[in-house]
Structure formats: C-alpha cells, structure tokens
Design a protein around this ligand. Structure first.
Ligand SMILES: Nc1ncnc2c1ncn2[C@@H]1O[C@H](COP(=O)(O)OP(=O)(O)OP(=O)(O)O)[C@@H](O)[C@H]1O
Ligand SMILES: [Mg+2]
Length: 339
C-alpha cells in the first residue's frame, strides 16, 4: 500500500489542525448557494481547508453535503457564490480544477464485462495518460489499493468493500492533491471500514493529500479528521477543529459534565446510595452491576472519588469516563430540521 507519489505536495497542516496563517487554502467554499426551486439545498456555505488537512463534512440526510461536494468537484454549478480549489474558481476554471482534485461519489455504476484493470485503464485514458504514463498510473493505483491480484476480476463481481476500494483507486488515477470522498464508508462491514480508514489515513499522513470526507459514521470521522464542518438544512452550524467543535458543544450545553460508568462485582444498589451522597454527582442510574452517573468535578476530585469508593469496600471492576465525541456534537448541534 505505497508508492502513490507522482504528484505529491508538501503537507503544511500543523499537528493541532490549526491552519498556517500564510498558506493558500487547498479548497474553499465562499458564500455558496445552490437552490432547487424553492429548496435551499446549500444556503450560504463558507469554509476552507489548508493543504494536508483532513476535514469531516457531517450532516443528516438531505443536509446538502453531496450538493456542495458536487459543486466543488465541478459537476454542478452554484446558484450564487463560488468555490475555489488552490485559488481557482470551480465556475471559471473547471478544467484546471479537475486536474487537481479527485471526487469519489457515493455510488458507482457497475459495468458488466469490465475487469478491474480495464476499469482503471479507462479512467487513465480519460485523463489523457498515454503509453508508459498510463501503465504506471494504473499500476500505482493497483499497488496502493493492493488490488494487483484482482486485476482480472470482473468489477460487477466485486464485494461492496472491494468496489469501494476500486472506487477510491479510480479517484486516485491522476494523483490528485485534493480528495473529495462522499460517504466512502457507507454500507461497508466493520472490517472493510477499518481497511478503508487505513487507506485514507495513508493518503493523509504519508501522501499529504487534503481530504474532504462526508459520513454519517461520525465516530469514525473523529478518528481521522483534524477538523470538521457540521451542516444541516443547507447551513453550516459549526466549523473548526474537532476540539473547537467539542468546546462549542460544551458551551451550548452550559456544562462540562462527563458520563462516568462503574462496573462492580456486587452491591450496585448500595453504591447508588453512596454516590448520591457525594458532591459533583447527579443522574445516578443502575443496571445490573453497572452504575452510570453524571460527573461535574475535576480530575483530582475524580481520583479522590475512586479512592473513597475503594476505601468503602466497593469491588470495582471498571471505572471509565465517556468523553463526548463527534456523534454527541452532531446530535447536540443539529435539530433534525426537515425542509
Ligand atoms: N437535482 C436535484 N433536484 C432537486 N432537489 C435536489 C437535487 N439534488 C439534491 N436535492 C435536494 O437537496 C437537498 C440536499 O441533498 P444532498 O443530496 O446534497 O444531501 P446530503 O447531505 O448529501 O444527504 P445524504 O446524507 O442523504 O446523502 C435534499 O433535500 C435533496 O432532496
Ligand atoms: Mg449525500
């Protein structure tokens, strides 16, 4: 899974996900609007990503993710506003933009009587590669996706996981610097999801691609994204690094409570009473040997609580805290607006 190197650029995203102040954005939506009749599918969307960033694009069904991504990929035109790829307008310079960016749609056509290598070769030709360059491009993608052994396999016999892998490969055929991936993990089983995530990780970290990736599988996105935009009913509700979005969430909730879970060997009922007497604890609930409660204290007090419980003879098997993830942020920030 290596060797996709023809057209790399130096990644400049710092480890904390904050953009370098002097860099040109890799892509940018600027006051983008796309209306279908009265429906405001994309309604004044503005955000940008810098080279090397992996940005999540999160929103419920019908939020406008695909519509915005298709415009960035030059497959549709905005009603108003614009989008830019390395400073080039997708409206004014679509041909140049297509050389820089690869778009992986959420669904592919499945052609009969075409095998994997023929499929990739078709796209290499479509991008104008000839001779050795064409062979090298196909070979590079087969190597990266580890599909050499499947080169002769008809594509309509591939599993969903392998189809998605091939779809990602097709997106990489011209070695684009920027990748737009529309729900690449949808419908994949857990193993295929992990494998896809590894490929995306390689693309980001080793090959320094800038990636915009949409998904409903929010917990997975939080592991691979350094920043995210949350969209609902065509509008951006939150944007920033994953940490900033979590902070927005905490502010919106007006508290910083963590859910703590305790699993004990026995005496869960007695533990409930003991916990209710302690400060910083609320909403205690018991289910079999597991006790869950809200915790408002700091880490030092949390350590003291654990010490106290052990001192009282509680036989603790697990003591864990659930910090809020992107899924919680998504549920807290979006409202389930239908339009
Ligand atoms: N060509 C079209 N004509 C009319 N309405 C459209 C068209 N394309 C999209 N829409 C509408 O625009 C809205 C946004 O759709 P879009 O596909 O961008 O959402 P999405 O966030 O990608 O949703 P999903 O998570 O289901 O893929 C939806 O209400 C959709 O029905
Ligand atoms: Mg979509």
């Amino acid at each position: 899974m290596h060797a996709l190197t023809e057209n790399q650029q130096a990644g400049t995203a710092p480890a904390n996900g904050a953009p370098p102040s002097d860099a040109q954005p890799a892509f940018e939506f600027r006051n983008l609007h796309r209306f279908f009749g009265k429906l405001k599918a994309v309604n004044n969307v503005s955000f940008k990503a810098y080279p090397g960033q992996v940005m999540g694009f999160i929103g419920p069904n019908g939020a406008g993710k695909t519509t915005a991504m298709r415009i960035l990929a030059t497959l549709d035109l905005p009603t108003a506003g614009d989008a830019f790829v390395e400073g080039l307008s997708v409206v004014d310079d679509p041909d140049k933009v297509r050389r820089i960016l690869g778009f992986m749609p959420d669904a592919f056509g499945r052609y009969p009587n075409v095998n994997v290598i023929e499929y990739l070769d078709f796209y290499a030709r479509a991008y104008g590669f000839r001779g050795n360059r064409r062979r090298d491009a196909v070979d590079r993608v087969l190597t990266f996706t580890e599909m050499h052994k499947l080169a002769e396999k008809p594509i309509d016999t591939l599993s969903k996981g392998l189809s998605q892998r091939l779809g990602l490969g097709r997106t990489l055929i011209h070695d684009p610097r920027i990748l737009i991936l529309d729900e690449p993990a949808a419908g994949l089983d857990p193993r295929a999801r992990v494998e896809l995530r590894e490929l995306i990780h390689l693309l980001a970290v080793d090959l320094k691609k800038t990636i915009l990736i949409s998904s409903h599988i929010l917990t997975e996105l939080s592991e691979i994204c350094d920043s995210a935009a949350i969209i609902e009913a065509g509008k951006i509700l939150a944007f920033g690094t994953v940490r900033e979005i979590m902070e927005t969430l905490s502010e919106q909730r007006g508290r910083t409570a963590t859910t703590l879970t305790l699993r004990v060997l026995r005496q869960a009922e007695a533990l409930e009473r003991l916990l209710l007497e302690q400060p910083f604890i609320s909403q205690v609930s018991v289910a079999a040997e597991t006790v869950t409660f809200q915790w408002d204290g700091d880490d030092q007090r949390r350590a003291q609580l654990l010490k106290l419980l052990i001192g009282q003879g509680v036989e603790i098997v697990e003591f864990s805290g659930k910090t809020e993830n992107l899924e919680d942020a998504f549920m807290a920030i979006t409202e389930g607006i239908m339009q």
